[in-house]
Design a protein around this ligand. Structure first.
Ligand code: SF4
Ligand code: SF4
Length: 176
């Protein structure tokens, strides 16, 4: 078989080293996953859909709910690690522009988090919150929490950027 969905299955296998065909659908992963039943797919269904050459995982919300706890990997008799597949699917949804509407805010957070770290070498929670509110077109979201945060000393203005993060990133290294 060939086609975009078969290509997706092959890409998942190559990029994550998790071969969907090794899954025999015992359901152990879904039975232990803390996010089972909170989204649109059960974890083991992701592998099943890939086996069946469906591209539904590319449009699903479930990858965005995965918290990377690896309970599925510990329980799997085939030693499959679904969290790696979920990571791949999130990245692929962003790349292809297929992020489901319910996950747009999470995708925006993901993008802004990385952008701010790459720009300054460190993350300011205040700065991230402002950028996030602007991206979500809701500039006053959580504004009522600010006085409480200030009273507890948790509202810290952005510090100086770390010198040279751009150069470190360009060399393929983490900013130090
Ligand atoms: S535990 Fe492993 S073999 Fe069983 S359904 Fe989940 S991924 Fe497939
Ligand atoms: S790593 Fe993700 S898919 Fe696996 S059990 Fe945890 S939340 Fe569920």
């Amino acid at each position: 078989m060939s086609g975009p969905a078969a290509a997706l299955r092959a890409a998942v296998a190559e990029s994550t080293a998790q071969n969907p065909f090794r899954c025999y659908q015992c359901g152990n992963c879904s039975a232990g996953c803390p996010m089972s039943g909170h989204g649109d797919l059960l974890p083991h269904q992701v592998f099943r859909l890939l086996q069946l050459e469906s591209d539904r995982p590319l449009h699903a919300m479930q990858p965005w709910l995965c918290v990377g706890c690896q309970t599925c990997a510990v329980r799997c008799p085939q030693e499959l690690d679904l969290s790696r597949v979920m990571d791949y699917l999130r990245a692929e949804q962003i790349r292809r522009g297929t992020v489901p509407p319910e996950a747009k805010r999470m995708a925006a957070f993901n993008r802004l988090f990385l952008e701010r770290v790459l720009a300054g070498g460190r993350l300011s929670e205040v700065e991230l919150g402002i950028y996030l509110n602007l991206a979500n077109r809701n500039p006053l979201e959580n504004a009522l929490a600010v006085p409480g945060l200030m009273a507890r000393g948790k509202f810290k203005l952005p510090g100086k950027p770390i010198r040279g993060p751009g150069r470190a990133v360009a060399r393929g290294r983490r900013p130090s």
